[in-house]
Design a protein around this ligand. Structure first.
Ligand SMILES: Cc1ncc(COP(=O)(O)O)c(C=O)c1O
Length: 449
């Protein structure tokens, strides 16, 4: 019998997952299309690798095991799997067509909805993936300012201008690598030091897990305004989640350009570039940003239904409410049993469990906790990506699982038995660095570079 959410006698059987993986390895380099969904993020030998279906907050793998999902497609499932009003909108649109030979009215309708929801969204364009729109924003900023350099913080997608600064930058010419530098979140001096007269834009995720301190975002806005630099908020995670109007609304700070995807269409592939008219109008002629599927109507129908639901039912408030229970519940359990080395932190709609290293290798501890959560029907990659479908019962079942699993991890730490308790290969580090690498070389004495 496949496992269910709750107490299970054993770890889930994953024979069908493993068989598919063996076939994939012959054909698909790296096996996965999305690093965060690949086998490296889950304890190999214990965790399933392929999911077949979902409903609400629950998913079923290809062996029939059921889990409460806290990854939610790595962000897009803001409302939950197979959410009725969104699926209805997709089905209705499907009857009329998917992609057309001319523009579709939904392009206008969704743009109007976004303008209503998002501060400063004077103009709107669509594409398919997050990196499409972050790259378009960077190109617009370069065209608008006539400058070349980019200062960034956070993850922004697979395109050259960003991946150039990471340690997976093979295939990207040196000339491109020399145009992007990073700054450190919550460190305004690292921004001031990084900006020079050739800086076109500062792009960042307005918040990842660590909240902004000492008016960091407002100060950043001021530096950009003073230096004539375009400020881009990459709101892939924060948009339509932290608040309907994203981080700009939540923190009361305005960017010049904003990029969205993930939460906006409950799983359908669409990305949005929005911002002030003066910059966005460059897309009319000078800046080329066009793609065959940009106006694809199923995703636009899903976006219309999702944005409407997010706004009319105040979905962000629900995400924060349920996420807060998990964050506080986790921290209470950990404190009760004396696990001072682990904490759940972040914005309540999206929190992260961390291990501080004082009790052993954090990746091993994360892996052991994950292993025990999988046994109890929780699909967990270290964070709680909340959806509108995570119910009180889901939260209670998850806290029950933590109540059982955390003491097992703590016992293993105290007995020096973490490696022995692990029944599979530990997870890899998450490919996401937010600062302290590829910072701009120091200015030579006597002038700015
Ligand atoms: C903040 C942020 N920006 C950009 C991207 C890139 O989006 P995509 O993977 O859709 O290209 C991601 C993806 O996870 C992201 O988290």
């Amino acid at each position: 019998m496949p496992n269910k959410v709750g107490k299970n006698a054993d770890y889930p059987r994953i024979d069908n997952s493993d068989a598919l993986y063996e076939r994939a390895r012959q054909l698909i380099p790296g096996a996965t299309q999305t690093l965060a969904k690949g086998p490296g993020q889950y304890v190999r030998g214990i965790a399933p690798k392929y999911l077949r279906k979902g409903k609400g907050s629950r998913v079923w793998d290809v062996d029939g095991n059921e889990f409460i999902d806290y990854q939610m497609g790595i962000g897009p499932l803001s409302l939950g799997y197979c959410y009725d009003s969104v699926d209805r909108a997709i089905a209705e649109q499907l009857r009329d067509g998917i992609t057309f030979s001319m523009m579709h009215p939904l392009e206008v309708e969704v743009a109007e909805l976004i303008r209503e929801a998002v501060p400063g969204a004077e103009m709107v364009r669509y594409s398919k993936t997050g990196c499409d729109v972050t790259s378009a924003a960077v190109r617009l900023a370069r065209a608008y300012t006539g400058r070349s350099k980019v200062l960034c913080c956070g993850y922004h997608g697979w395109h050259d201008w960003y991946i150039a600064v990471t340690d997976r930058n093979a295939g990207i010419p040196r000339a491109v690598q020399d145009l992007t530098y990073t700054f450190n979140y919550n460190d305004i001096n690292s921004v001031i030091d990084g900006v020079d007269d050739d800086t076109a834009c500062v792009i960042l995720e307005p918040v990842v897990f660590e909240p902004p301190k000492e008016d960091f975002l407002a100060k950043l806005r001021d530096v950009c305004t003073e230096r004539g630099v375009v400020l881009i908020f990459d709101e892939m995670w924060t948009g339509f989640r932290l608040a309907a109007g994203g981080a700009q609304e939540y923190f009361g700070v305005r960017a010049d350009l904003m990029t969205y995807s993930k939460a906006i269409a409950n799983g359908m592939p669409i990305a949005v570039l929005a911002g002030c008219e003066e910059i966005m109008t460059l897309c009319e002629k000078d800046v080329f940003f066009f793609t065959t599927f940009g106006g694809e109507a199923l995703s636009l129908a899903a976006a219309k239904a999702t944005i409407t639901e997010i706004r009319t039912r105040n979905v962000p408030a629900a995400l924060h409410r349920q996420g807060k229970k998990l964050r506080e519940g986790y921290n209470a359990i950990a404190s009760e049993i004396g696990m001072e080395y682990t904490r759940c932190t972040g914005m309540d709609c999206r929190t992260l469990v961390t291990f501080d290293g004082s009790a052993g290798n954090p990746l091993q501890l994360k892996s052991l906790l994950q292993q025990e959560l999988f046994k109890r029907g929780i699909l967990w990659g270290g964070s709680h990506n909340m959806s509108f479908s995570h119910t009180d019962a889901d939260v209670a079942a998850t806290l029950d699982a933590y109540r059982e699993a955390l003491p097992l991890v703590h016992d293993a730490v105290r007995n020096g038995g973490v490696t022995a308790a692990l029944r599979g290969i530990p997870v890899d580090p998450v490919f996401r660095r937010t600062g302290n690498f590829n910072t701009k070389p120091a200015v030579p004495a006597g002038g700015r570079s």
